[in-house]
Design a protein. Sequence first.
Length: 197
Amino acid sequence: MLRKLITGVVAASAIGGFALPAPAANAAPAVHEAVASRVTTFDGLTELMIQRIVIGDDVAASKYFSGKPVDDPVREQQILDSVRQSAVQLGIDPDSTAAFFQAQIDASKVVQRGLLAYWAAHPDKAPTSGPDLNVIREKLDALTTQLLAELVRVDHLRQSGLRCDISLVVSAATAEIRHHLDALHRQAVRTASATVC
């Protein structure tokens, strides 16, 4: 219910229904900095999450041609071990960081399984070539670094209870609209978002 309500608000904002007030143009720089420091959103995090989800399309295409399974426990464990170590170095909780990245992996699997099932049922809609999985993994590794940096930036917001929930719904809904995501990819966003707050 809350998600539907906020999604409606976001949609109205996206078509010019309203906007949040900004500081006056002639406001002192200190005022601008104070406002900026208080206003933290999940916009950057959800954007990166969606970029990772969309790469799941390429992963699915690669696996469609290679016949490799969706699940890759060795690769997944390597990612989780790596982000745990990075979280300790960055000063954020390693358990919640690993849980967040497990959700990103699960979201990619939602996309992969959905597309592979669709292509099996509709071979005429299947891709005609499969990208190199090693190249895709380089992109995913780069996104992992960016996602870790965003987790550091929004760490305090993740601990803020209801404010976290509302901020996440607004950012995710806005990003879904901006990217024109279909039902499968919106489902993946929900999976990816599950451990943010």
